[in-house]
Design a protein around this ligand. Sequence first.
Ligand code: FE2
Length: 189
Amino acid sequence: MKRSEPARRGSGQGPTDPGLLARPLDFISEDHLRERQICAEIDRLVAAETFDRPAGVTILRFLNEELGVHLRDEVEDLFPTLARRCTDEDSIASVLGRIRHDQEQALSLLPSVRGAIANCLDAGADLSSEDREVLARFAAHVRRHLVAENAILLPIARARLTRGDLRRLANHMRLRRGLPTSQGVTSAE
Ligand SMILES: [Fe+2]
């Protein structure tokens, strides 16, 4: 696991490398690998009899520090830009509607998911059967949203977004992370 670079492409093992922000669609795609990795961790937590504390800490940290900013990248920037750039043939409105629905469902479960994991960490308890059900539902919604985004939205975005759109997207994503903006944004391809 020890490599010279801090975050390898495609591993989903740690937070996405900010060096990828120059190619914002690649960054979002990498965030989705990370989300998939966390969903697998949640599945393991749900299936395990005894609560896995290190996994709980990893998941809670992702929920608190990474998921919110990823969803804002999409809801505040990627989705509106796509809606502006797409033609009627892309049927983007209905796709965005379905994805937003899954995001909202996941977000509505988020406080319970956080609470369940934090309680296990604080009290040294195991997940209750209700906790397991909430975590499983949460992971299912997150997975559905990222599958639809990878299969439909990102390919359309790569085809339709202009260099100016990508530059704006990258700069807003940098600002959201407290990083300086850059003029040297390149195409996503
Ligand atoms: Fe996403």
